[in-house]
Design a protein around this ligand. Sequence first.
Ligand code: NAD
Length: 266
Amino acid sequence: MTGPETALDALDGLLERAAELIARARRLVVFTGAGVSTESGIPDFRSPSGIWARYDPLELSYQNFIASEEGRRKYWQLGRELYATVRGARPNPAHLAIAELERLGFLQCVITQNIDNLHQKAGTSPERVIELHGNATRARCLACGEPYTRDEIQARLEAGEEVPACRCGGIIKPHTILFGEAMPLLETLEAERRARAADCFLVVGSSLVVYPAAYMPLYAKEAGARLIIVNLTSTPLDEHADVRIPGKAGEVMAGLLARVRARLVR
Ligand code: NAD
C-alpha cells in the first residue's frame, strides 16, 4: 500500500461496479431524497439532527393546516425557518454530478422527493425533474387559485404576518405536499411509468421509508432494471440493490461521474 487508504478508496470497487452499470445504461433514472441535499445545508427529516428531532410531524399535517388558523400558524412558523434555508442553499457536488450525467446523455429523468429546487439550480432541465412532493418556491390560494411566489409570502412572514391569506380571503398553501395530503396524480403516474421503463435506477440520499415514493425502486427492479443505492445509512430496500454504496452523496456522486467519464474516453 502506498499511503493511508481514504474512505473513497475503500469504496472503489463499488464505485467501479456502479459506474459500469450507469455507463451501459440507456434509460438511467435517478431518484433522490433529502439526503442528496444535506451537504447543501438543508436538514433531512430522519437523521438525529433532522427536522423531526425538533418538530412534531403530526402537528404539521395537511389536515391541521386546512382545519384551523392555529394549524396554519404552526406550519408557517416552521415554513419561514425552512424556506430561508432552502432559498439560500446552493447545489452540492451530488446535484452537479446528476446534472452532468444529463449533459453527457445518460439521464432520462430525476424523480425527487425534495422540494428544494436544487436539481434545477444545478442545471438539470426542469422538464426532466419529476417532483413527487412539490416545490417550495411556489404557493397558491386554495379558494381562487391565485399563484404566489414563496419569496412574496416569505416577505410577508418576515414583516410580521403569522398566517398569510389571499386577497380573496382564501387560504394560501405552499406548493408542497404536507403530511396526510394526497400525492400529485400526474407526477406520481409519470414517475411510475419512468421507473418501470428504466434499465438502471440510481437512488441517492433517501431512507426509502416514505411510500408511495419508495415503491419507485421496486417498480424499476420488477421491470428488470439494475438498482444502485447511494445512502449514508442502510435502507429497507438494500437487499434488492445490485450495488449499495454507503457514503456521502457528494463524494460518491463525484466519484461515480469521474468513473463514467473515464469509460467514455476509452
Ligand atoms: P429522509 O430524511 O427520510 O432520509 C434521508 C436519508 O438520507 C437518510 O437515510 C440519511 O441517512 C441519508 N443521508 C443524509 N445525509 C446524506 C448524505 N450526505 N449522503 C447520503 N445520504 C445521506 O428523507 P427522504 O427519504 O427524502 O424522505 C422524507 C421526506 O423528506 C420526503 O418526503 C421529502 O419530501 C422530505 N424532505 C425534503 C427536503 C428537501 O427538499 N431537501 C428536506 C427534508 C425533508
